[in-house]
Design a protein around this ligand. Sequence first.
Ligand SMILES: NC(=O)c1ccc[n+]([C@@H]2O[C@H](COP(=O)([O-])OP(=O)(O)OC[C@H]3O[C@@H](n4cnc5c(N)ncnc54)[C@H](OP(=O)(O)O)[C@@H]3O)[C@@H](O)[C@H]2O)c1
Length: 277
Amino acid sequence: MSMVTGKKIGFIGGGRMGEGIFSGILKAGLIPPQDLYVADIREEHLEDLRKQYGMNVINSSTNDGLKTLIDSVDVVFLAILPQVAPRLLPFINECLDDDRHYVFSIMGGVLTTTIEQEIKSASLVRIMPNTPMSVCEGCAGIVPGKNCKLEHKEMALEIFNRIGLGLLLPEPQIDPLTGISGCGPAFCGIMIQALADGGVYLGLTRDDAIKIAAQTLVGTGKMVLEQGIHPEILKDNVCSPGGGTIGGTVSLERSGFRAACIDAVIDAVDRMNEVVK
Ligand SMILES: NC(=O)c1ccc[n+]([C@@H]2O[C@H](COP(=O)([O-])OP(=O)(O)OC[C@H]3O[C@@H](n4cnc5c(N)ncnc54)[C@H](OP(=O)(O)O)[C@@H]3O)[C@@H](O)[C@H]2O)c1
């Protein structure tokens, strides 16, 4: 039995990441659009969302709008920017009914303990999502707050495993997850483009080369996840002695590709922490 069947889900903030999650929820068929609500402050943007997804939209530029959203739903996603939160959280807390509402926060870099200073007793789960959720191939770190109910934790796992991979993690591990999965779409985008450049150099059209590179990343990832093949074995399996793939592999190693990937994750997290300070 699904934990979300019959539940109404609302998003405060219908920006890039909020939309990534609710479009994934609809694509996965978790709930129908009439049970999905979004509150945002730009009328034109809300109208676009309503047209595209058939969901309920509410203008929350006033507290009345925020209250209407919270009163209409069982599950509230905080999908606003962290700098907007201090202004909204005290009023959101007043509107919450602890027996009814489950709160998910997707706000980057905002700890459960920080949210719990305002959302005092409601069941809270912090999520670190990423943009591939819009195609049900996301990766989410899931951190239950101190008052999180068991059913809420199970709901989080169900939702995020339906729109990708959901992992329960201790909160200090959210930063390293973010360095891989949150920043990863940029890193993988660069790799897709670079592999495609190689193909174009050798005569493929740009469109074909990008498709081939992207599908190769998708397929390789699925072999690791679905068949449990260690990445080193994947590499060894296609490197025949004296062959082309080992030639390309040696070239990647000489160029410091591995170290560049490791540094990208570490530097991304260092930079995020510098910005937060
Ligand atoms: N993008 C990512 O890859 C990513 C990944 C992980 C986590 N996150 C987190 O997700 C959250 C949202 O990020 P985002 O990229 O989606 O940002 P975004 O595109 O700026 O979306 C935030 C939305 O909230 C709206 N908003 C502002 N005040 C509001 C209010 N009073 N009521 C309702 N909506 C309001 C904004 O409207 P205006 O634009 O008109 O101000 C905007 O549409 C952030 O906390 C971020 O840290 C993002």
